[in-house]
Design a protein around this ligand. Structure first.
Ligand code: 16G
Length: 240
């Protein structure tokens, strides 16, 4: 099973074999993988080598450890294309997952100057500031902090954020969403967000800021999102 003559280090060979078994479904999602002792015997290597392979798979998000219980197979990451302007609801439904939201904040306030500028507001203009946890099949995927100009959407209420915001804008308000700009950066989760996302710090997150526009280049939302890095993989099509 292992090629001791190969220039590929043994721990990487073990890692590759385990990865293949996970991807083939030999170990189903949520199931425990064999213990370190069993793997040590199976591969005829030291416990340290096995541990290194497992740690790499944990760091890659294929496995997760639970103290005192063992090591388990993680759900595969959601692959999110960055080419189209879609909503969270559309993204999850297109994968056969059930989207839901938990509203954790809803306020009307005067935004900071950077938000006001992005939304092209005049002095004194107010925004809705909405905080939502977004779930897929009841698992928290992201936190979204959304700013929307009150003047553009005078009738929004807490209810507007239980389902799809984009559906309300396009179907109820008959407005046309045209484009967005996004910035993405990596970071480590903050304590308060870790609790909301049900992850344990230190954990990696992806922060995305989206400014979206209606037809006519009218900015209608600034969204600052925190995505679980263990649940997301972003993809783009690029052309030369
Ligand atoms: C996505 C968007 C967010 C938008 C939301 C609407 C990113 C980074 N964010 O999560 O800007 O507000 O979809 O989703 O992609 P909804 O229609 O399901 O409420």
């Amino acid at each position: 099973m292992l090629d001791k003559q190969s220039p590929i280090p043994i721990y990487i060979q073990i890692e590759e074999q385990l990865k293949q078994q996970i991807q083939q479904g030999d170990f189903p999602i949520g199931a425990a993988i064999p213990s370190e002792r069993e793997l040590t015997e199976r591969f005829g290597v030291s416990r340290m080598t096995v541990r290194q392979s497992i740690t790499n798979l944990v760091n890659d998000g294929l496995l997760y450890r639970e103290k005192g219980r063992g090591t388990f197979v993680a759900s595969p990451k959601v692959e999110q294309p960055l080419n189209g302007l879609t909503s969270f609801t559309e993204d999850m439904m297109s994968r056969g997952m059930v989207p839901s939201s938990k509203l954790i904040g809803f306020e009307i306030l005067e935004p900071e100057s950077d938000i006001a500028e992005d939304l092209q507001l005049a002095a004194g203009d107010k925004v809705y500031f909405v905080e939502r946890i977004r779930f897929a099949d009841d698992q928290p995927m992201a936190i979204e902090r959304t700013y929307l100009p009150v003047e553009r959407f005078p009738d929004l209420t807490e209810d507007s954020f239980q389902g799809s915001l984009y559906a309300i804008i396009e179907n109820n308000q008959q407005l046309k969403i045209s484009r967005a700009t996004q910035r993405m950066e990596a970071g480590l989760v903050k304590k308060e967000d870790a609790d909301l996302l049900q992850i344990k710090p230190p954990a990696a997150i992806l922060m995305i800021e989206r400014i979206s526009y209606l037809d006519g280049e009218l900015p209608f939302e600034v969204v600052r999102s925190t995505y679980r890095a263990d649940r997301y993989k972003f993809t783009t099509d690029i052309q030369r």
